[in-house]
Write a protein that binds this ligand. Structure first.
Ligand code: BEZ
Length: 396
């Protein structure tokens, strides 16, 4: 990264000024005049566009706490639409890392995009903060010193609801999910939690991503008539699924559950159909802590709408970056100290305590929530301080 930082200085100051400055000014002064470039790779179009927007807003809100400066340096965002298309992950990551010479990569939302993006980030040893994508491997077998997550692993986000239903003695459960890494890993997390009881998974239905034609799945589930259905959908797909579920007359017959993505940021669009849906998540709108209250007020004030879990993850990506950059006083080349500070981060987040496992994935409480008047209301803790098993990670 030495070369990259130097090139950034030359570009930022103009060649003549930079040469003069570089020869006369000590490095910290040159650095202070050079923006930290954050490459943001998120979906700004398609079914996950709301998630991309909320994460970006949360990230900007956190940076705004210090006038868009970190470690004495201005922060500049370079945004790229990931389109939630996995084949574009590697080329978009290359564009940001090698083309734009960003100091940190922030993204993505989609697990498939994340796998491609992380391959390049690993090869280039680029600092990366994942503010959503839950692909288990990225803080498991493919964990890396330069890759950190401010969100969750797919397994981690679905284990808690499985455990809650097992503890309740729920007997017959059907699974419906978008048939890609996130949906499949969510299904596995749920099954692992549910295995604590004596219930069974009666059917499992995969829907191709990002398809929102759910009629065949709903017909199949109605025929099986389970006690509960656990689903993985988010963004535009979650809006459509919940409305279709109610329209099919299943709302008052079969209990519908999911990881909280099912109702996060979309209850306005889902309307009455979302009422009563019970989910588990590492955040809830009504969490009663000072950080959450301040965060929600500041977010509503700046963006004119309520935040959701995705905004929290973006906000905490900013908070995590802040911890690292401040520890090295803006010197992004001080990799050892930067990574050590990020790994040891421990701060108060709107979700509660934020800290990372040795694999760089948050260890966090998962709350049981229920939609009441369009709000994801916290009902209790489903599983406290849950860590992802981080299978195969050698960082510890
Ligand atoms: C994922 O692809 O990892 C993902 C997307 C949306 C919500 C949660 C997870």
């Amino acid at each position: 990264m030495n070369g990259i930082t130097r090139r950034g200085v030359l570009k930022g100051m103009g060649a003549a000024g930079a040469v003069a400055a570089a020869s006369t000014l000590p490095a910290p002064y040159v650095r202070a005049a050079t923006p930290i470039k954050a490459g943001i790779l998120l979906p700004y179009s398609g079914t996950y566009s709301r998630l991309g927007e909320a994460i970006t807003n949360g990230f900007m809100l956190n940076l705004g706490k210090s006038g868009d400066m970190l470690g004495g340096r201005p922060v500049e965002l370079v945004r790229l639409d990931s389109e939630a298309k996995p084949p574009l992950g590697p080329s978009n990551a290359t564009k940001l890392i090698n083309g734009e010479k960003v100091d940190v990569l922030v993204g993505p939302v989609h697990s498939g995009v994340a796998m491609g993006m992380a391959k390049i980030a690993r090869e280039e040893e680029a600092l990366t903060i994942i503010p959503n994508a839950g692909a288990d491997q990225l803080t498991g077998v493919l964990c890396a010193p330069n890759i950190f997550r401010s969100s969750f692993s797919n397994w981690q986000a679905s284990y808690p609801m499985g455990k809650v239903l097992a503890d309740r003695g729920t007997k017959r459960v059907a699974l419906i999910y978008w048939n890609y890494a996130a949906g499949k890993q969510a299904a596995q997390g749920f099954k692992d939690g549910f295995a604590d009881g004596d219930g069974e998974i009666v059917t499992e239905i995969g829907v191709p991503f990002p398809e929102v034609e759910f009629q065949a799945a709903l017909t199949q589930v109605a025929e099986v008539n389970p006690d509960a259905v656990y689903v993985f959908f988010s963004g535009g797909g979650a809006v459509k699924f919940v409305k279709d579920w109610a329209a099919a007359g299943l709302k008052d017959k079969i209990a519908l559950h999911g990881p909280g993505f099912l109702t996060e940021g979309v209850t306005d669009a889902q309307g009455e159909a979302a009422e009563g849906i019970e989910t588990a998540m590492h955040y809830a709108d009504t969490l009663d802590n000072p950080e959450n209250k301040a965060f929600r007020a500041a977010y509503a004030d700046r963006f004119g709408k309520n935040p959701d879990v995705f905004a929290v993850q973006g906000y905490d990506a900013g908070a995590l970056l802040r911890v690292g950059v401040e520890a090295v006083q803006g010197d992004m080349d001080a990799r050892g100290d930067l990574y050590a500070a990020l790994s040891a981060a421990d701060f108060a987040s709107p979700r509660g305590r934020f800290r990372l496992s040795a694999a760089h994935n948050p260890i966090q409480d998962f709350y049981l929530r229920q939609v009441e008047n369009g709000v994801n209301v916290v009902k209790g803790i489903a599983v406290a301080q849950l860590a992802d098993p981080a299978k195969g990670c050698k960082l510890a």
